[in-house]
Ligand binder design. Sequence first.
Ligand code: TYD
Ligand code: MG
Length: 445
Amino acid sequence: MKLKTTYYCQNCGAQYSKWMGQCSACKQWNTIVEEVVSKKDPQSPIKKNLSKLLKLNQIDTNKEYRIATGNDELDRVLGGGIVPGSVILLGGEPGIGKSTLMLQIALQLPRQTLYISGEESPKQIRMRAERIGINNENMKLLFETNTQKILHVLYEENPDIVVIDSIQTLHTDLIESSAGSISQIRETASEIIQYAKQTNTPVFIIGHINKEGQIAGPKILEHMVDTVLQFEGDRNHLFRILRAQKNRFGSTHEIGIFEMYNKGLRQIKNPSKLLLTSHETELSGTVIAVAMEGIRPLLVEVQALVGTAVYGTPQRTTTGYDIKRLHMILAVLEKRMGIKLSTKDVFLNITGGIRIDDPAIDMAVAMAILSSNNDLPVPASWAFAGELGLTGEVRPVTRIEQRISEAEKLGFERIFVSKHNKINPNDFQIEINQIAEIKGLKILV
Ligand code: TYD
Ligand code: MG
């Protein structure tokens, strides 16, 4: 028998009929791999259930029903608890705490939970459970990676909640290629999702993330599940941030903050701690901007140092920020606010070694320069999100609600945004200052 094979990009999951050096979808080199995809048995037992037709009014819309996990941070990120029958992908780098979080949830839920592990031995999991310190008779453990066997147990046991650790270890008999390959991930995930939908059982699927920050393997996995949660470290790696990248049952603006300690993960209810650790004293020239990195907000620290030029020509240096943009902002400050900067050295740095191209940090850059120039600190509890135009106007930026809620969640007291961003300040707890022109910043420093 000739095996049917297809070529998949291991980075983005794009499918090709022949091998190529570069994936035309994600532009990565040497990521296309041949996989055997022939299905051995199309009449698999799990697909036997007959589908039935429904009228819209026969569908139960009592969707308010949610299972509270008992972990407020997770519940909030999920949009108020777990929706029955939903499939939640939990992604994160190895060692970030995905297994710990899921085990903790499985242990503390007063329900029949089934933790399926292909990563760690039952002994390792027991040791971790002892460390977390919760003893739950209702939690069962299954050490298995074959989805046919897993589904057999699932239909037999009928648990209330299922955790799968991790999708990359699963393999189905229906596909020949090895565990962790694109076609295996796609097929095993679809079998699990089918189970979740048929039995209305919520399933958490853990997925590892590759170095580019994507769920290793297919992006298609993200389209298949209902919710994608991302577990990541903050800039200083003191805390863990859980955020929804996609959520069919809630907003993607919520974040949950945790701290890893010796008994698992602890919820951080007062996130301003996050900021205070790095800002013991207020320094001039340091301003926080709410930038976007892709679709997620990122708080960045902008540092400026303005000093009298010692040599003839003043120096302008940036790290992590476009030098042309700095020149433009200096020109705007000079022309629209009358601040003499042409004889000054200006150094600008985005801390944390990251590069930001989001123009929304302009206002923070201008503010940092003003603050350093006047040697007056800007309160560490303030955040900024606005673009500057040549006329000195503060221009609106994208996803403003998301930026404002992120600043609010992280404990900032005040955020400065453009007057032209349409928002309702009553929707937020954080104080919102709407600025029309760069001149409006003058009173601040
Ligand atoms: P883990 O949940 O295994 O990460 P992942 O599943 O995302 O790969 O977390 C592993 C790290 O967490 C490991 O370095 C040990 C640490 N840890 C603690 O600090 N305290 C604890 O109570 C536990 C269980 C783990
Ligand atoms: Mg793990």
